[in-house]
Write a protein that binds this ligand. Sequence first.
Ligand code: NZQ
Ligand code: ZN
Length: 386
Amino acid sequence: MKFNFHVPTAVRFGIGVVDGLGKTVAPYGKKALLVYGGSSIKRNGVYDAVTKSLKEAGIEWFELPGVEPNPHMTTVDKGWQICKENGVDFIVAAGGGSSVDCAKGVAAATAYDCSVVTLMDNHTPVTKALPLFVVLTLAATGSEMDSGGVITDTVKKIKGGVFGPALAPTVSFLDPSYTYTVPKRQTAAGTADIYTHTIENYFDTAKDTYFVDGVAESILKTCIKYGPIAIADPENEEARSNLMWASPWAINGLIGCGRNEGWSLHGMQHPIGAWYDITHGEGLAILMPHWMRRVLNDDTLFKFVQYGVNVFGIDPNLDPYDIANKAIECTEDFLFNKLEIPRTLSEIGVDDKHFDEMATDAAAGLAHGFVPLTKEDVIEIYKKAL
Ligand code: NZQ
Ligand code: ZN
C-alpha cells in the first residue's frame, strides 16, 4: 500500500456547537461572507444561531443567499464580487453540500481574483483560498471535510468544480439537530450519497485493504441502519448523529487509502445533473444496481461476495454468484424500498434526449474505474436505468 492522507479540517460536533462559531472565526478577520441556499436556514433557526454568534464576536457580515441545489457558476461569481468589493476576510457556509461547494468556489475565485469558470476550465489545483467555515445542515456530500466543490457550468452543461488542498474547510460545525428539518426525500438522497461515496471506494480491485474495507463496511451499515430511522423519526438524535458523522468519512480520503478510486457512479451521474438539475443522491441510487450488474464478472466477484457477506449478512457458503446477485438485490431493497428513492430516471424527469452528450462526458473519466467503461457501456446503463 502507498498513499498520502491529509485532512486539515477541525470538527466541532454536537448539539449547540454553533454557539462557538464567532469565537472560532474571530482570529481570521472582521468581515465575513455568509453563504446559504433557500429559506430552510431561516425557517429552522440556523440563520439566527449563526448570525447571533457572529454578532457577539463583533463580526460584520455580507450575505450570498439563494444558492441553488447544484450551484451555478454565476452564483459563485456573484459571491466573488461581494468579497472583492467589501474586502471580505473569510467565508461561512450554512447549509447542505450546495452552499458549501458554492462557498468553496467563492473562496477560490476571490483568492485568484478570477471567475470560477476560469479555474474550472483550467483545472487549476486550488492552493490559495479564503478561509472557509462550515455550518452543515444536511448529511450527504462530505464537502464539510473534503477539498472539492462541485459547480455547474450552465452554459457548457458540465458539472465540474474546484479542487485543491486550500479548499478543505478550516473548521466544520456539525450539529445533528440542524438536520432534524431535512425533508424525507432529501434525507433519503443524502443517505444514498454517503452510501455511494463508500461504494465508489469499496468496489476496487486492490486486495490489501482490510482495514479501510472494514471502515467502509461500517459506513454502509450505518446508512442501512439509520437512514430509514431518520426518515421515520426525523428528530432521532442517534440516527441523525451517526449519519452526520459517517458523511465526511465516506469521502475525506480515509477509505480511499491504497486504492485506485474509480468513482464511476459519480462520473455517470454528474452529466445527468448538469442537463436535468436532478437531486444528486437520487441519480446515484438509480444508477447503482445497473452499474453493479454491468461490472460483476469473474475478476470482480470477490468484492461482491465480501460486500454481500459482511454488509448484508448473506450466507458465505452459497455459490459466489448467488451471493453477488443477492447482494445487488439487497442494495435495491435498501435504496428503493427502505429509503423509498424512485427506481427510474424517468420518474425524476430524465429522458433519453441527451444520452449521447452525457455518455461522452461521462466516459472521458471512466477508463480507470473498478471496471473500465466505454461510452457505449454508459449508454447501456442509462437505458436500463430509464
Ligand atoms: O436551499 P435550502 O433552503 O437550504 O434547502 C435545501 C435544498 O433544497 C434543503 N436543505 C438542506 N438542509 C436542510 C434543508 N431543508 C430543510 N432543513 C435542512 N436542515 O435540501 C435541499 C438540497 O440541499 P443541497 O445542499 O443541494 O444538498 P446536498 O447536500 O445533497 O448537496 C448536493 C450538491 O453537492 C454536490 C452535488 O453534486 C450537488 O451539487 N456534491 C458535492 C461533493 C463534494 N463537495 O465533495 C461530493 C458529492 O458527490 C456531490 O457531487
Ligand atoms: Zn456524491
